[in-house]
Design a protein around this ligand. Sequence first.
Ligand code: ADP
Ligand code: ADP
Length: 237
Amino acid sequence: MIEFIHVDKTYANGTAALRDINLRIEQGEFVAVIGLSGAGKSTLIRCINRMHEITGGTLMVDDVDVAKLKGREIRRFRRRIGMIFQSFNLVTRTTVLKNVLVSFVPELPYWRKWTGIYTREQKIKALEALDKVGILDKSFVRVDQLSGGQQQRVALARTLAQSPDIILADEPIASLDPVTARVVMDDFKNINKAMSISVIMNIHHVDMALEYADRIIGISQGEVVFDGEASKVTPEI
Ligand code: ADP
Ligand code: ADP
């Protein structure tokens, strides 16, 4: 469960990016956050994993008061939350499997961090994650040989391998063509439904948001201006 209680976020330069946000997102929901560029969508999701710090109110993730976490606790907390970006953030000159295994680096003992020797269980977990997003056959292919859609699925597999409770996705399909975008959205939906992982996704394609998400949250100038079930939204809005 994610709960925003009177949350504000004002950047150091004085920009009020979030104003009095009140939201409750249950475990397993698929939420699309929509709004114009600059509305505060990125800021909203980046506060959830403490990439940005809130400046007012309270943000709870289950029983964790996110603003109160310190140092090592932040790192441990972030392990429960996967993050997917528009730009994939992969190491393109190495294999798909190695990109997924990277998610285990924080779990390795220090001497394995140097050698990059992963355990058998970690390798199995990585391969299972690649299987879940349908690119197991690409495991030993270099990332730069893949299409954009396949690369985004590698990023999704890397996130899945850490067994997250929540996946935050910041415009994950913005750089993909419409056909590939659907394949990636299908993956998000499957993962959300099959594994009960919450998905909070910023997306500017309103049609895709309505088709795939359970719930739509509309943001304008840092405020929630709409919050409702996707199935009840008429396409005109
Ligand atoms: P969106 O994701 O909806 O495009 P953002 O959350 O990126 O919106 O931005 C919300 C507002 O906060 C915008 O006015 C943006 O310029 C501003 N903003 C975002 N990041 C920063 C930052 N690091 N420092 C100052 N202002 C920022
Ligand atoms: P995106 O659309 O992927 O969020 P942006 O271009 O909005 O990318 O922002 C890129 C980075 O710059 C982000 O880390 C964001 O927080 C930061 N940023 C955005 N707007 C501002 C701003 N007005 N001042 C300072 N940093 C900003």
